[in-house]
Design a protein around this ligand. Structure first.
Ligand code: FMN
Length: 277
């Protein structure tokens, strides 16, 4: 079911997918699917699931990396709860060398997510990163505000449907802003994860970094599991660090809905897999 985009329902299946990626020189970002929880118990259960993941990864010889969503850890119930649960994850992850990426969700949650990131850094955690979205008008200012934290940054276009009051709607503007923000971050010396499948943007990042002598160790590419797998392998063969975002778990519906909204052709693939193709 939906196997192209989701590694499976269990941690074991996700670890097998990660192992297969490793064999191709691509590293995994493991993501226990879940978001927008409505009770503290659910948030705590997700924290426990993420801790199980962190402990399993600690045993692996590969680069260890997870993504978590603030609303999976109760952000909509209370920012304090999300901070407490994140802190608990970082206390285990950091000593085990597991990097924790705070995914960025929709625009009403951006401000609080940035506060969580800054609070964790101010508490002394360093193995945590943030995401910025080029479709939001506010993002350049957010990037400038984050500079003193020297963030490990993931740059994306943005996956949520946002109103025209807060976000660019035109793909050309979103792309132009993406490159503008990415180049600004690189010039500032930040480590940037360029998370996109867009061949034009990937080519421009390669061109820009080559032209300015920015080494391949100063940035990386990230793509989603099942999307352009051949490009993932090729980039890795070219000597770039490449990570694939590997979602697993039972809560796949919102994740797949966003993938279908991005590329309506994806619906066909999903229907085909539901029909047992
Ligand atoms: N979108 C978000 O809004 N927040 C995220 O945290 C986020 N993380 C992503 C991580 C990876 C590895 C990738 C590849 C994408 C992520 N996205 C995220 C989705 C992008 O915003 C975008 O919707 C998707 O990549 C399709 O656009 P593309 O043409 O750049 O590939």
């Amino acid at each position: 079911l939906v196997r192209r985009y989701v590694a499976g329902e269990t941690l074991e299946e996700a670890l097998r997918a990660a192992e297969a990626l490793e064999a191709q020189g691509v590293h995994a970002i493991l993501d226990l699917l879940g978001e927008m929880v409505r009770s503290e118990e659910e948030a705590r259960a997700f924290q426990e699931g993420i801790l199980v993941l962190v402990r399993a990864l600690a045993e692996k010889p590969w680069p260890k990396y997870v993504s978590v969503k603030p609303t999976q850890l109760g952000l909509d119930l209370s920012e304090g709860l999300a901070l407490e649960l994140l802190r608990g994850i970082l206390r285990e992850a950091e000593p085990k060398g597991v990097f924790v990426r705070l995914d960025m969700e929709d625009s009403p949650r951006v401000e609080a997510t940035l506060r969580l990131y800054k609070a964790l850094r101010e508490e002394g955690f360093s193995g945590v990163g943030v995401v910025l979205q080029s479709y939001l008008f506010r993002t350049e200012k957010d990037l400038l505000d984050l500079l003193p934290y020297r963030p490990n940054l993931r740059l994306v276009k943005g996956a949520y449907r946002e109103p025209q009051e807060v976000a660019f709607q035109d793909k050309r503007l979103i792309d132009a802003e993406y490159l503008h923000l990415g180049k600004l971050a690189l010039r500032e010396g930040l480590y940037v994860a360029f998370a996109t499948h867009d061949p034009r943007l990937i080519a421009e990042v390669k061109r820009y970094t080559e032209a300015f002598g920015i080494p391949k160790t100063a940035f990386e590419f990230q793509l989603l599991y099942g999307v352009r797998p051949e490009a993932q392998r090729r980039l890795a063969q070219e000597g770039y660090t490449v990570r694939a975002y590997v979602p697993y778990g039972k809560d796949w519906y919102p994740y797949l809905s966003r993938r279908i909204a991005e590329r309506p052709e994806n619906l066909l693939l999903v229907l085909r897999s539901l029909l047992g193709g």
